[in-house]
Design a protein around this ligand. Structure first.
Ligand SMILES: *Cc1c(COP(=O)(O)O)cnc(C)c1O
Length: 314
């Protein structure tokens, strides 16, 4: 049976006053599949393609913390497809996500990070030699399919605004490999909306982090044959790299107290790799830029199992 998770349309919740602004949160963490998150939104579109394509297994990449690998392993297992995950040895301790990968029967191959690329190539070659039809899904759900998932999310936000007669002046979210941000910005550029989308980087520094987002934007717009001035793309891509802490690793006390506070105040789980950093970064950004009297939307990109990893050491 074909999976009908979505027409995804996740709830937007009013969290009340927030540093002289009004804060709303879009709950992509509540996408009703395997603890949701942006990887579920992207994964759904990747598997729409896989279901059309005559593939018989999937190969992807991610660490033992990866939300992407949890989702892909689940979607593959559901179809009775084998899932091969190449994983960096540097980040390979047991986590809730790695337990899920095991539950779904994914085969995880752990190699030093500088061997990952070659190991993926070899795995794909080996499978093809055996007469298999592997589908390769880029780490984090990168590429135009991942971007498309967040163009559609942008459309949901826009529909909500029209229905509720509200305008979000700012949209904040955690930015990692960049397609979540690229999709949101493409959505905005296509609609010619005026607002500021702020990606809070969780690991990458500028200029590289921002350049990766911009490349994804260009790639998507080219594919859709949308021509826009380069200056506009540059102007609309705001990638803030002051809150990366230790990158994909665990984070500082400030982020941990942000997580405890959000759970207590709103009953919403954040995590120290992605959403905790982004939420803290948003707070600091609003203070530093002296933003007041605005409607602010935070996109909760998921990672509930990571909340529980953090929670074990609270
Ligand atoms: C992967 C991930 C992100 C980053 O998304 P990108 O599209 O890679 O930038 C943000 N939040 C969570 C919870 C994630 O799992």
């Amino acid at each position: 049976m074909k999976e009908k998770i979505m027409g995804i349309c996740t709830p937007i919740q009013d969290l009340g006053d927030f540093q002289l602004n009004r804060l709303y949160i879009k709950r992509d963490d509540l996408i009703p599949y395997s603890f949701g998150g942006n990887k579920a939104r992207k994964g759904k579109l990747f598997f729409d393609e896989i279901d059309q394509g005559g593939y018989d297994c999937v190969v992807t990449y991610g660490s033992s913390h990866s939300n992407h690998c949890r989702i892909i392993a689940n979607m593959a297992a559901k179809r009775g497809m084998e899932c091969f995950i190449i994983s960096p040895a540097e980040v390979s301790e047991t986590t809730f996500n790695s337990r899920f990968m095991r539950l779904f029967g994914a085969e995880v191959t752990t190699v030093p990070v500088d061997k990952v690329h070659d190991t993926i190539e070899r795995k794909l070659q080996e499978l093809k030699t055996q007469g298999r039809m592997p589908s390769f899904i880029p780490g984090g759900g990168h590429g135009n399919i991942g971007t498309e998932a967040y163009v559609r999310c942008y459309q949901e936000i826009k529909t909500y605004e029209q229905e509720q007669n509200i305008h979000f002046d700012y949209i904040f979210h955690a930015s990692g490999t960049g397609t979540t941000q690229a999709g949101l910005v493409c959505g905005q550029l296509i609609e010619k909306d005026s607002r500021q989308i702020v990606g809070i980087s969780i690991a990458r520094k500028n200029p590289r982090g921002r350049n990766v987002v911009i490349e994804s934007i260009r790639e998507y717009l080219n594919d859709r044959k949308v021509v826009l001035p380069e200056s506009l793309i540059q102007q609309k891509t705001l990638f803030i790299d002051n809150f990366t802490g230790t990158g994909y690793g665990k984070d500082s006390e400030t982020v941990i107290s942000t997580i405890k506070d959000a759970m207590t105040r709103y009953g919403i789980p954040l995590d120290s790799t992605y959403t905790g950093k982004a939420f803290y970064g948003m707070e600091q950004y609003l203070i530093n830029e002296q933003i007041k009297g605005r409607n602010i939307l935070f996109i909760h990109t998921g990672g509930t199992p990571l909340f529980f990893d953090d929670f074990m050491s609270f």
